[in-house]
Ligand binder design. Structure first.
Ligand SMILES: [Zn+2]
Ligand SMILES: [Zn+2]
Length: 283
C-alpha cells in the first residue's frame, strides 16, 4: 500500500486533474486490501487430466461464475465501498442512497446479487427495477467480489504456465484482456485479464482482439513525454489496447497507471479506435 500511495502522489503532482479519481482509487484499494486477511474461499477442484486437456485445446480453466466467493466478506466490503462512494461524486452518492434504500426495503437481495453479479443481465435487471445507473451498481458489485476472485487465481497459479498460452484471452477464466504490460529487461509482453487479473505472455506484435500479427496493420502512439504508456492500435479490427512499460517504473499497479492516463484513451477514440474493455472506474 505504501508504494501505491507514493505513486498516487507522484501522478497527482504531474496531472492534478486526476486528483479526485486517484484519491477514490486509493480508498477503494485500501478497503479491498483490508479484507484479504479474513477472506475464506472454497477450494477450486479441478482434475489434473482435465486441466491438461483444457490447456491443450485452448480452453480456459474455469468459467467466470465458477470462482468461489466469500459472500460475508463481500457484503461487508460492499457496505464500506458505499460509504467511500458517497463522498466521491454527487452522482455516486445519489445512486448509493437509492441502492441502500432498495436493500433496506428488500427490493434488492445483496447476497444474491454478489453471487450472480458476474452475469451482466442480472445486474441490468436489478438496476432497471430500482431505476439505478447500471455502471455504478456493477462497479460496486465487481469491486466487492474482486478480492475473492484474486484469491481464487492464487489457488490455480501453480497449475498455469504463463509463458505457454500466447492467446488473446485469459487462460484462467477466458475473459478479454484489459491492458498489456511490458516487463523484464528484454521487454516481454503480457496481457492482464479484465476479470481475474491474471497475467499471461503474448507476442510483442499481436492484437489480442482479432489475433492480427501483420506488422503493417499494427501501429502505436505515445503521449508526449509519456513513453511508458503506449497505445497499441490495430487497423484490422480498429480496436486498441493500452500497453504500460513497467520496466522503467518498477512494480506499479497497472490499473492505477491506466486510470491516470485516460487522456490517451480519448486520443485513441478520436483517431477512430475502440477499447473493447473500458476502464471500469469511470462511473
Ligand atoms: Zn481471467
Ligand atoms: Zn485487431
Amino acid at each position: 500500500m505504501e508504494n501505491l500511495k507514493n505513486r498516487i502522489q507522484q501522478l497527482k503532482k504531474k496531472r492534478p486533474g486526476y486528483g479526485e479519481i486517484l484519491d477514490f482509487y486509493q480508498k477503494v484499494k485500501e478497503a479491498q486490501d483490508k479484507t484479504k486477511a479474513s477472506l475464506e474461499i472454497d477450494p477450486i477442484k479441478l482434475k489434473k487430466e482435465w486441466k491438461e486437456i483444457l490447456a491443450k485445446e485452448g480452453f480456459s480453466l474455469i468459467e467466470k461464475e465458477d470462482f468461489p466467493l466469500d459472500i460475508g466478506v463481500s457484503v461487508k466490503l460492499f457496505q464500506t465501498l458505499c460509504q467511500i462512494g458517497k463522498e466521491a461524486t454527487p452522482h455516486m452518492a445519489e445512486q448509493i442512497k437509492k441502492i441502500e434504500d432498495a436493500i433496506d426495503h428488500k427490493r434488492m437481495d445483496l447476497r444474491k446479487l454478489l453471487k450472480e453479479g458476474v452475469k451482466e443481465q442480472e445486474i441490468e435487471q436489478v438496476a432497471e427495477e430500482s431505476e439505478l445507473d447500471t455502471t455504478v451498481l456493477s462497479f460496486l458489485i465487481r469491486c466487492s467480489t474482486q478480492p475473492s476472485i484474486e484469491a481464487g487465481v492464487e489457488q490455480l497459479r501453480s497449475d498455469l504456465r504463463p509463458d505457454m498460452w500466447l492467446k488473446g484471452y485469459c487462460p484462467v477464466c477466458g475473459s478479454l484482456p484489459f491492458l498489456s504490460l511490458l516487463k523484464e529487461e528484454v521487454g516481454k509482453r503480457y496481457l492482464l485479464c479484465s476479470y481475474c487479473r491474471y497475467q499471461w505472455r503474448i507476442d510483442r506484435l499481436f492484437c489480442p482482439f482479432c489475433n492480427n500479427k501483420e506488422q503493417g496493420s499494427l501501429h502505436y502512439f505515445h503521449g508526449e513525454g509519456e513513453e511508458i504508456y503506449r497505445m497499441d492500435l490495430c487497423n484490422q479490427c480498429h480496436q486498441y489496447i493500452k500497453t504500460i512499460d513497467l520496466r522503467q517504473m518498477g512494480e506499479s499497479d497497472p490499473l492505477l497507471e491506466d486510470l491516470a492516463t485516460l487522456h490517451l484513451d480519448i486520443l485513441a477514440v478520436q483517431k477512430g479506435y475502440k477499447r473493447p474493455v473500458p476502464n471500469p472506474w469511470i462511473t
